[in-house]
Structures are given as structure tokens and as C-alpha cells.
Design a protein around this ligand. Structure first.
Ligand code: ZN
Length: 173
């Protein structure tokens, strides 16, 4: 008895592994240009005039064509076409922002001192109204007169005697 074993041909199937469909992550986008011409111009003009400058990137262009930089003093805005190319916005001691035309570093330092020494209320009358109200309250308390219970009873009796209104019927429609 012959044992013949028929072998099936070995088929080599490639093993398939499902690969999840992935899309590559989107590339990062810049929201603005890294360095703009207006930022470069503002940086160099500020440097020439002795104004505090840090980096060109710290100057942010605005929609109006100006360029703004924020510092410890407040904001410094460069507008090339303005008579005074720089304008500083400096918060004062009362919380309002003062604007100053700036030609050079000494102007900015003077503006900082002026804003720090500001004692103006800038048209906020809240404190004045409160003081007036307190004054009126003191006056009305001083004008109040004390009454005894007998005087109050007499006053109520006189008011009741004067009030001789009889109950009225509702008007007919
Ligand atoms: Zn002020």
C-alpha cells in the first residue's frame, strides 16, 4: 500500500492587516506675517528717537496702517503719516488712559510722570452725588422734630375729624 500524500500547493497569501484610514494633520498656519514692513519701520524709527523698543515682532500692525507696541508704560502707536509719528496711551492713577503725542524718549518719560500724578476724576460725578446725598440726609435728620404720644394722638384725632368722607358707591358704568 503506497501512501501517497497529495500535498496541496502552499499558497502564500500576504497577510493583510487593516490599516485605519488616517488623514495627515493639517499644517500649522500663521495668523499674520512674521515681520511686516510697518513693524520694521516702527522699530527703527523708535530706536532712532530713543523710545523703548524690544523686538520688531513686538510691533503689531493695525487695520488703520499704524503699528502698536505694548510696554510697561502702556501702548506706543506709530503712525508714519501723523504730525507726531508716535502716540502713547498711558493709564493714569484713576484708571483712565491718557494719550500723548510723543517725539522722543524724553516726551514719553514726561508723559509717564504726568499720568502717574493725575488726580482728575475725568468727569465721573459718582463720588460727588454720594457726598450730596449724605449732606441731604444729615439735613433732613436735623429738621425732624420729636412728638410725644399725646401730640400724635391729637393729630390723628384731628385728621379723623377732618376726614368726614363717607363711603361711596362704585360709579355705575
Ligand atoms: Zn488721568
Amino acid at each position: 500500500m503506497s501512501r501517497t500524500k497529495t500535498r496541496r500547493p502552499r499558497t502564500t497569501r500576504p497577510e493583510l492587516h487593516p490599516v485605519p484610514a488616517t488623514t495627515p494633520a493639517p499644517l500649522p498656519t500663521r495668523d499674520r506675517e512674521f515681520i511686516t514692513e510697518t513693524a520694521i519701520r516702527a522699530y527703527y524709527v523708535a530706536q532712532l528717537r530713543g523710545l523703548p523698543v524690544r523686538q520688531i515682532r513686538d510691533w503689531t500692525p493695525t487695520a488703520s496702517g499704524a503699528t502698536t507696541s505694548r510696554g510697561q508704560y502702556g501702548t506706543l502707536t506709530h503712525t508714519p503719516s501723523a504730525p507726531h509719528p508716535f502716540q502713547a496711551g498711558i493709564p493714569c492713577a484713576t484708571g483712565t488712559t491718557h494719550t500723548y503725542p510723543i517725539r522722543h524718549g524724553a516726551d514719553l518719560r514726561a508723559a509717564e510722570q504726568h499720568a502717574a500724578a493725575c488726580t482728575s476724576r475725568h468727569g465721573a460725578p459718582t463720588v460727588l452725588h454720594l457726598a450730596d446725598g449724605l449732606h441731604r440726609a444729615d439735613t433732613s435728620a436735623a429738621d425732624t422734630q420729636k412728638l410725644s404720644t399725646a401730640e400724635i394722638a391729637d393729630g390723628l384725632a384731628a385728621r379723623a375729624a377732618a376726614d368726614d368722607d363717607q363711603p361711596k358707591e362704585h360709579p355705575q358704568p
